[in-house]
Design a protein around this ligand. Structure first.
Ligand SMILES: [Fe+2]
Ligand SMILES: [Fe+2]
Length: 170
């Protein structure tokens, strides 16, 4: 009985995380498009790499759900709503947009790290070792991205200091 409830909880969290990762792909694509200056191409490449990783994270979560004989649902995810509010509407372009994006992306990565830590913990307790391994792979890539984002922040701030006048993209 307790095992069943635990498995149901694990499925709900995996499902939620799937929606979160899927939503992050669009947000990262939007942020990558803001880097137009030549000196920022390395950053764009790193974000592009994480877009590919994020798609893979969603696929791994789908794999986890398949291991539990289920598929991702289309129900609105609580976790993706939280990430959505961290990241903001995203249609406005501010003078310090790159800094705002970097702060929001860093917060989102930390949120992902917390989600995978929780998922790994419950999957370990339930003896779902394959799910633990798949979630660990996602966790490591999100940790690497969070570390990279934090290292970039001073450079992004310097870059934004010479930014052009504020514009609106909408
Ligand atoms: Fe992720
Ligand atoms: Fe991530």
């Amino acid at each position: 009985m307790a095992q069943n409830l635990g498995t149901q909880q694990l499925i709900a969290w995996l499902d939620d995380a799937y929606a979160m990762e899927s939503g992050l792909v669009g947000i990262l694509e939007n942020h990558a498009s803001h880097f137009t200056r030549e000196q920022m191409t390395a950053a764009t490449r790193r974000i592009q790499q994480h877009i590919i990783e994020t798609r893979q994270h969603a696929q791994r979560l789908q794999q986890c759900l398949q291991l539990l004989n289920t598929t991702p649902s289309t129900i609105k995810s609580t976790l993706s709503s939280i990430v959505g509010s961290i990241e903001g509407a995203g249609t406005m372009m501010f003078r310090d947009q790159l800094v705002k994006n970097a702060l929001a992306d860093y917060a989102s990565e930390q949120f992902e790290i917390a989600c995978y830590t929780a998922l790994i913990s419950i999957a370990t307790e339930l003896g779902q070792h394959e799910i633990v391994n798949l979630c660990k792979q996602n966790l490591e890539e999100d940790q690497a991205m969070a570390t990279w984002l934090l290292q970039q922040l001073p450079g992004v701030v310097r870059h934004d200091a010479g930014y052009a006048a504020p514009t609106r993209s909408a």
